[in-house]
Design a binder for this molecule. Sequence first.
Ligand SMILES: [Zn+2]
Length: 327
Amino acid sequence: MWRRTRGPLAVALGFLVLVPAGTMPSAGRIWRRGPVVTAQASEIEPENIEQVWQVEQNTEYETYSNGLRIEKRFEIGNEPRRYHVYPRGAEDLGGRQERRAPAGIVFHTTESQLADFREDQTGRIRLLGGALLEFVRRERAYHYLIDRFGRVWRVVKESDSANHAGHSVWADARWSYVNLNRSFIGVSVETATQAGSDRAEATAAQIHALRVLTGMLRARYGITARNCVTHAQVSVNPANMRAGYHYDWAANFPYPAVGLPDNYAIAAPGMSLFGFNYDQALVNVTGQPFWKGLLLGEEQLRQDATAQGMSVSAYRQTLAERYRRIL
Ligand SMILES: [Zn+2]
C-alpha cells in the first residue's frame, strides 16, 4: 500500500527544530570514534544474478527469456528517476552520489477489496482488477501491478519515479537510501492485508509472476537480493520516529518462492542507522515472529552505542539528528 490514513503526513516534519549552524554539534563530537560502518566484507561480494533477456516487444506487451510477460496497455510516465545515495554509516558527512538507475525493489500489497478466488467469480475479479489498475495509473502509485491471475501490468515506466513508498529508508552494504519513491521500483500484488492480522496472501500465479518479474528487474539493473524488500520493512514515520508506518507484507512475503533469501532477517537499517524505534502495537499487529529485522536492528543499535561509549538513548538521538540533516 502506498498511503494510510493513520495520521496526517502533513505534520510529519512539523517537529523539526531549526538550529543555527554554529550551534550544531560537530561531527567529531557525535562520532567519538568515527562513524560506525557495519558492513561485512562478504556482503559486498558481487552476486551471481541469473541472466534474463527480452525476447519480443510491441505496443501491447513484452516477453522475456524466463517466461515473464509484461502487459503495457496501462503504461504511463511520471517524473524522471533521479536521486542521491549516501555512504552507509556516514550519511551526513558528504560523499553522496547521484544515481538514475533503480537500486532495489519494494514489494507492496494493494489492500484491495477481494472477491473469492473461484471460477464463478471470474467476472467480478476482472471488474475489481480493472478498476484497481485505473486507480493505480491515475495515482502513479506503482511501477508494476500483479493482478490475481498473475498478469504483470507495467503502470509507471521504470525510468520514472512512482508514489509507492512515502517516508522510507533502507541500506545495503555500502549505501543508504532515503525515501524510496525515486530509488526503488514499486511492485504491488493485488491482495489484502487485514488490519490486526499478519495475513497477506498471494495466488500461485502471483507468486510465479513475482519470481519472474523480480528475476528480470535484477538482471536488467544488477539489483542485489538484499535490496528486494517489503514496504513494511522500509516504512518509517518521522513524526514520531517509529518504524512500520505502513505494514503491507510485514509478514508472509514468500521470499524463498520468489527466489530470494529470507530478507526479514536483515537488521532494520531504519533502527541501526537512523535511530527509529518501534512500539508493541506494531509487533502485535504484524506478528512478532516475522519482525526479526526490528529485533536485530535494535541489537545492532545497542552494540554500536557501546562501541561509541554512549548510552542507547543518547546514541539514538545522534542517529535521529543525522536522519533529519540528510532529509
Ligand atoms: Zn505499500
